[in-house]
Design a protein around this ligand. Structure first.
Ligand code: PEP
Ligand code: MG
Length: 561
């Protein structure tokens, strides 16, 4: 059995090749080494060496271009840092040799950065690299660095990689990076992602590997298999490559293979999630969980504060739909400023979601007011919806309040079986539905989301859940209204096809799932999705439903699903 090392996967992809260990750090100049007495000349020699290092870094950056150019010019600035030069100068004035002075002055600064931790701590490798380059120039030692004339692809293994090491690497020769140190914001991670090279950082034991050992590196899971079985390793690389090509080859708005549009939207918990949503091609937001903004707050947020948080998300999607869910407090998402009235033995069945607004109508007015003001003049298309709606009366109460506040498009989540069963009545009083499959499954299967012992029942593939989804989608379709899914079910690229086959009109999910769902839909026609939905609903249980659906979805193999 091959041994496996584990680090953090920071750049996805799979690489298989022999390890090339980056050793060759410059020997430490001897302690107590002194110069010949001319401090001025020694300082000039050091200055010239640092300037040559800086100029060389810039030249490498210019040759490499792009992000590497920026990184290397920042590193060149470090080499020209007047504070560092001053530190070196003081030591030289005290008689210390130029190379030893560089070593010590950089060492002191290095300790400061390392102690600061975080992003600054991860600059330590950059600083060490400048030091080694300067010492090499002063002593005539060979420059540290990566292989320049390799004949075969290799996996570069190092303690940490400096930008100067990676900038001129030939992408076709580097199968992966593995570093013993470094975190997700280290330059190894940044440059690996920019180059599209798989990378694992923070991998304990990496530098103890023997030069030339075959490695299989998974830049997503962070696993580094030592001496893997060659045929299996080659197969893993081929599968990963095919999958990556299939995913990156499917772009644009969501649609089935025969062009039936299915808008693909992102679930967000606040402005911090927008970058990932945009990077994964979200066409809008299908679920903005506003309670996530305030989970750690003791006091109710002001209307102005709410308005700003809503507006930031609207502004990210000009022309796109942004579905904001009003506060879903209670049960698994308690908010200190909206406490339940007393002890609830079953909080999931208690006062949560829209039921809280019955108790705190001022909070509802404040949130709808803030939303209406945030929506003024926005280029996004604002939708508002309430969670945990069980009756027509609740749906009508909420929709009327939204319309009265000036919010045109008001909908409800379908998360309670009663709402799905009577969707044909509820649809008359609202503008759209969005199915929360997480809660709908919890309530349909009577299996609390927070109790691991019943997790096998919390499976949206269960035909009972699919039947409820079909009821809601049919009712919305008959009324000419939209019915999305914003629960986790929409993030499963196989179940996504089934949902579309059931009549769901849009899918919303955590951003990383978007490329998978986009690629899966693009490989199947609407008829295939409908056949998969029928097959799943005809099955007696969740696992049989999944198998039956998969048999109809012939394009899944392309994606390794
Ligand atoms: C759901 O229940 O499916 C849903 C999307 O809402 P939440 O997970 O926030 O309860
Ligand atoms: Mg829910």
């Amino acid at each position: 059995m091959a041994t496996t090392l584990k680090g953090s996967g920071v750049s996805p992809g799979t690489g298989y090749a022999a390890a090339h260990l980056l050793v060759g750090s410059i020997p430490e100049p001897p302690k107590g080494a002194v110069h010949d007495g001319d401090a001025g000349a020694e300082k000039a020699r050091v200055q010239a060496a640092l300037e040559e290092v800086a100029a060389d870094l810039e030249a490498r950056g210019e040759r490499a271009g792009g992000e590497a150019a920026e990184v290397l010019s920042a590193q060149a600035m470090m080499a020209r840092d007047p504070g560092l030069a001053e530190g070196v100068g003081e030591l030289v004035d005290a008689g210390v040799s130029g190379e030893r002075a560089v070593y010590e002055a950089f060492g002191a600064y290095r300790d400061l950065l390392a102690a600061a931790g975080g992003y600054l701590g991860e600059r330590v490798a950059d600083l060490d690299d400048i030091r080694d380059r300067a010492v090499a120039r002063l002593t005539g030692a060979p420059m540290p660095g990566v292989p320049v004339d390799a004949a075969e692809p290799y996996i570069l293994v190092a303690r940490d990689l400096a930008p100067a090491d990676t900038a001129l690497l030939d992408r076709n020769l580097v199968a992966a990076f593995v570093t013993e140190e470094g975190g997700p914001t280290s330059h190894t991670a940044i440059l690996a992602r920019a180059m599209g090279v798989p990378a694992v950082v923070g991998c304990a034991g990496a530098t103890a590997l023997v030069q030339g050992t075959p490695l299989l590196v998974d830049g997503a899971t962070g696993e580094v298999v030592i001496e893997p079985e060659p045929a299996a390793a080659r197969a893993a690389v081929a599968t990963a490559r095919a999958r990556a090509e299939a995913l990156s080859g499917t772009t644009g708005p969501g649609a089935t293979a025969d062009g039936h549009p299915v808008p693909l939207l992102a679930n967000v918990g606040g402005p911090k999630d927008l970058e990932a949503a945009l990077a994964n091609g979200a066409e809008g937001v299908g679920l903005y969980r506003t309670e996530f903004l305030f989970l750690d707050r003791a006091d109710a947020p002001s209307e102005a504060e709410q308005q700003a948080a809503y507006r930031a998300v609207f502004d990210a999607f000009p022309g796109g739909r942004v579905v904001v869910r009003t506060l879903d407090a209670g049960a698994d998402k308690p908010l200190a400023f909206l406490p339940p009235p007393g002890e609830e033995p079953n909080p999931a069945l208690g006062e949560r979601g829209l039921r809280m607004f019955r108790r705190y109508p001022d909070m509802m007015a404040a949130q709808l007011g803030a939303l209406a003001r945030a929506a003024e003049g926005t280029e996004a298309i604002p939708y508002v919806m309430a969670p945990m709606v069980a009756t027509v009366a609740e749906a009508a109460w909420f929709a009327d309040a939204c319309h009265a506040a000036g919010l045109e498009t008001a909908g409800i989540m379908i998360e309670v079986p009663s709402a799905a069963l009577r969707a044909r009545d509820l649809v008359k009083v609202v503008d759209f539905f969005s199915i929360g499959t997480n809660d709908l499954t919890q309530y349909a299967m009577a299996a609390d989301r927070q109790i691991a012992g019943v997790s096998d029942l919390q499976d949206p593939w269960h035909p009972a859940v699919l039947d409820l989804i079909a009821l809601a989608a049919d009712a919305a379709g008959a009324a000419g209204k939209g019915c999305g899914v914003c629960g986790e079910a929409g993030a499963d690229p196989v179940l996504a096809c089934v949902l579309v086959g059931l009549g769901v009109t849009s899918l919303s999910m955590g951003a990383p799932a978007l490329p998978w769902v986009r690629a899966s839909l693009a490989r199947h026609t609407l008829d295939q999705c409908r056949a998969a939905a029928d097959a799943a609903r005809s099955a007696p249980g969740a696992s049989e439903a999944k198998e039956a659906a998969r048999a109809c979805l012939t394009g899944l193999g392309d994606l390794g699903l």
